[in-house]
Design a protein around this ligand. Structure first.
Ligand SMILES: O=c1ccn([C@@H]2O[C@H](COP(=O)(O)O)[C@@H](O)[C@H]2O)c(=O)[nH]1
Length: 237
C-alpha cells in the first residue's frame, strides 16, 4: 500500500459485494474490510480477496484489555493482511500488546501488517466531544494526544480526519501514517460523518491514505465514482 485510496467494502449482502468487485474486472484494489463484512463473511472473505491479489486493511478497531487484544492480534496476523487497527483509547499498554501479538503471529520471513490506532472517529464532532464524551480539550488536541500515545506504543500511524494530519505530523513526524476516512466529493451527502474533506483537500493536507465508502459503493456508477475520487486524490501529488 502506497498512498492508497482504500475502498470501504461495506455491503449488507455477499452478492452485492461480488457484483461491486466484478465491475472492476482484474484491477488490483486497496480494500477495507470492516465489521460488517468480517462479521458477515469472516475469514473466507479475507482469503478470497487475497487470492484475487487485493491489498487489505482489516478495520476491526480492537479495544479490550491488553492480554485479549494481544492474543486477538496474534490470530489476525495469520491472515497476512496489510493493515490493521485498534482504538487508541485502549491506552499504551493495550496498543503495545497489539503490536507484540501481531509480531508473534507473523510468519518467519514475512513482514508484519502495519498497525494503526483510531484517534477520534470522523463521525465525532467538536460539540459531541465536549457534550457527550466530556473531553475538555479541542479535537485537534485530543487527536494529537492520542497520536502521540500511539507513536509511543510503537505503532505505525493513526486513523484521523485529514483536518488533523498536519498537527499529527508535527507531533509524530512526517513518516507516521495518517489514514483518513470522512472523504466526500463536494457534491456528496456526508451522512453520519462530521469531519469531512474532499480527496483533493486530503492530499493537500498531507494524508498518507484515504478511505472512501458510500460515495463509491452506493454510487449509481461505482467505477466512475472511484475514478473521479482517484483523479482528485492522485492529481495533486
Ligand atoms: O474514524 C473513522 C474510522 C473508520 N471509518 C470507517 O471508514 C468508512 C467510511 O465510510 P463512508 O461510507 O465513506 O463514510 C466506514 O467503513 C467506517 O467504518 C470512519 O468512517 N471513520
Amino acid at each position: 500500500m502506497q498512498h492508497p485510496l482504500i475502498i470501504a467494502l461495506d455491503f449488507d449482502h455477499r452478492q452485492k459485494r461480488l457484483n461491486f468487485l466484478e465491475g472492476f474486472g482484474e484491477e488490483t484494489l486497496d480494500l477495507k474490510v470492516g465489521m460488517e463484512g468480517f462479521y458477515r463473511e469472516g475469514i473466507p472473505l479475507i482469503e478470497e480477496l487475497k487470492q484475487q491479489g487485493h491489498r487489505i486493511f482489516l478495520d476491526l478497531k480492537l479495544h479490550d484489555i491488553p492480554n485479549t487484544v494481544g492474543r486477538a492480534m496474534r490470530a489476525l496476523a495469520e491472515l497476512e493482511i496489510d493493515l490493521v487497527n485498534v482504538h487508541a483509547a485502549g491506552g499504551k499498554k493495550m496498543m503495545a500488546a497489539a503490536r507484540d501479538g501481531l509480531e508473534a503471529g507473523t510468519r518467519a520471513g514475512k513482514s508484519r501488517p502495519r498497525l494503526i490506532g483510531v484517534t477520534q472517529l470522523t463521525s465525532t464532532s467538536e460539540q459531541m466531544l465536549t457534550d457527550e464524551l466530556l473531553i475538555r480539550d479541542s479535537m485537534q488536541e485530543t487527536v494529537t494526544h492520542y497520536a502521540k500515545l500511539t507513536a509511543d506504543a510503537g505503532l505505525d500511524g493513526v486513523v484521523c480526519s485529514a483536518l488533523e494530519v498536519d498537527t499529527v505530523h508535527q507531533a509524530c513526524g512526517k513518516d507516521f501514517l495518517t489514514v483518513t476516512p470522512g472523504i466526500r466529493l463536494a457534491t456528496d451527502d456526508i451522512g453520519d460523518q462530521h469531519r469531512v474533506v474532499t480527496p483533493g483537500q486530503a492530499k493537500s493536507y498531507g494524508s498518507w491514505g484515504i478511505v472512501v465508502g458510500r460515495s463509491i459503493t452506493q454510487a449509481s456508477d461505482p467505477q466512475a465514482a472511484y475514478q473521479r475520487m482517484k483523479q482528485e486524490w492522485e492529481g495533486q501529488s
